[in-house]
Design a protein. Structure first.
Length: 464
């Protein structure tokens, strides 16, 4: 048993002992001396006491625990707490975390909770809730330190001491003018390493990187990654400094986007709640739509089979290889779409790279298809060696047909699987919609057309 596991067991035993005392001062002292993450584990482990745990902590630490809990747990806790405790907790939460929590609640609940906020916090929250879903405005916090170009470094440190306690971060200090326009952002180390009488203007290089309040959150995540920043300022269209977004918010966005993409790649709509918290009927609605769409797509496979019914009747042996053909094409398409969606999500490729992607996938498709085609031909050769009557006198033509078809469908699968996400992105849709099941269904139908077209060309006059 690891030391970490032993420590967790010991913590649980201590908690169980102290909670039995029902001594609020003793419980508070115990909880306030634990790590925030450990208290969160206690909340998850002891659901019956989750409200008590938050209520019996100092408000600052309670807010630190609350903001890292899952949304479903947060909702239960809020329902348990009295109004005065809710007010203290919500007022203590950072503006971005509070907004994130409130936007998941019904509008009537939001109205009631906003009434509990202090006037200044209420104004900030209403402002943040006014921005569109998935915009940077929903993530930004107004808690930051700003200074003016004519301030001295000594005055900067006085400002930090006065306002830094309530700031989200003091690693970066923002420089604005009298109109509130963003001029620059300066690392605190630059202030520390210069003399107190030096002015802020002397440290400015005017190479500030900023986000706009209406920017998409996923786009902002790319800006963070490309510029290696822990915080970025958010400005209005007129370059007024509105707030900042920190790296912890971007990590949350990346996690959410990753979860959504994985769910869409799997052929379902994105879930707004954890799987076990999702009502069965909502889960059904999320999954049935895509299943029906895919099912209707697969019906085209039956249509294609019916179209080539005469060929199948003349050469029943061709039907033996249908599962092999369509599964190989579907698998290659699913591979390609998954690789491209993932590469687009992490910024490895953009729409400008479409030609390079297509060229690489055509080469990959030819190589992969050649390997599978050879294996398919060798399979027919091997079976014919054991039983010459299995495929009859035209076994060689059948083997060549299957081999060339595998080359064709794998090439088509890699091509369509790689291009479809980029086409959807170009049209403004989510590339993850071109999920593996969707691509597989598309290639299934077209794979049959390729198969029987090649068979008709090579076997016409013999088997057909």
């Amino acid at each position: 048993m690891s030391d970490q596991t032993e420590d967790l067991i010991s913590l649980k035993e201590q908690f169980e002992a102290v909670i039995q005392t029902q001594d609020k001062l003793q419980i508070k002292a115990f909880l306030d001396h634990q790590n925030i993450s450990d208290v969160a584990e206690l909340v998850y482990e002891y659901e019956d006491y989750e409200g008590q745990i938050i209520a019996n902590m100092s408000v600052h630490r309670a807010a630190s625990v609350f903001k890292i809990l899952e949304f479903s747990t947060q909702k239960r806790i809020i329902k348990e707490l009295p109004s005065n405790s809710i007010a203290s907790l919500l007022n203590e939460l950072p503006a971005d975390d509070r907004t994130d929590f409130l936007e998941g609640l019904p509008s009537n609940a939001v109205r009631e909770l906003i009434k509990l906020l202090d006037p200044e916090e209420r104004k900030t929250t209403l402002s943040l809730l006014g921005y569109p879903d998935n915009s940077i405005g929903r993530l930004m916090t107004p808690d930051y330190v700003y200074v003016y170009p004519d301030n001295t470094i000594e005055e900067v440190f006085s400002t930090i001491r006065k306002f830094g306690k309530d700031s989200e971060t003091i690693n970066i200090i923002y420089v604005i003018n009298e109109r509130g326009e963003l001029l620059d952002d300066i690392r605190i180390r630059d202030f520390i390493l210069n003399s107190p009488d030096k002015k802020v203007a002397d440290l400015m290089d005017n190479r500030v990187i900023s986000l706009h309040a209406y920017d998409d959150q996923e786009t902002a995540s790319e800006v963070f990654k490309m510029n290696n920043r822990v915080a970025l300022p958010v400005v209005s269209k007129s370059n007024k400094l509105l707030g900042i977004v920190t790296i912890d918010d971007m990590l949350w966005v990346a996690s959410e986007e990753f979860s959504e993409d994985i769910q869409k790649i799997g052929g379902t709509e994105a879930l707004e709640q954890p799987y076990l918290e999702m009502p069965i009927m909502q889960l059904f609605k999320k999954r049935i739509i895509w299943l029906v769409v895919l099912f209707l797509g697969e019906l085209l496979t039956a249509t294609a089979m019916a179209y080539f019914e005469d060929e199948i009747k003349k050469a029943v042996v061709l039907a033996l290889f249908v599962p092999l053909i369509i599964s190989s094409g579907g698998n290659s398409g699913s591979q390609a779409s998954t690789l491209i969606i993932q590469a687009m999500a992490v910024g490895e490729i953009t729409l400008r790279d479409w030609w390079r992607v297509m060229r690489r996938e055509i080469i990959s498709g030819l190589l992969l298809g050649t390997v599978l085609g050879i294996i398919g031909f060798l399979r027919i050769l091997a079976w014919h060696s054991f039983d010459p009557t299995l495929y009859g006198e035209h076994w060689l033509a059948i083997g060549i047909t299957v081999g060339l078809t595998l080359l064709g469908v794998v090439l088509w699968g890699t091509f369509s699987g790689s291009m479809l996400p980029m086409i959807l992105k170009r049209l403004g849709a989510d590339p993850a919609v071109s999920s593996a099941p969707f691509v597989a269904t598309l290639v299934d139908v077209t794979g049959l057309v390729i198969y029987f077209s090649i068979a008709f060309m090579l076997l016409s006059g013999s088997l057909l």
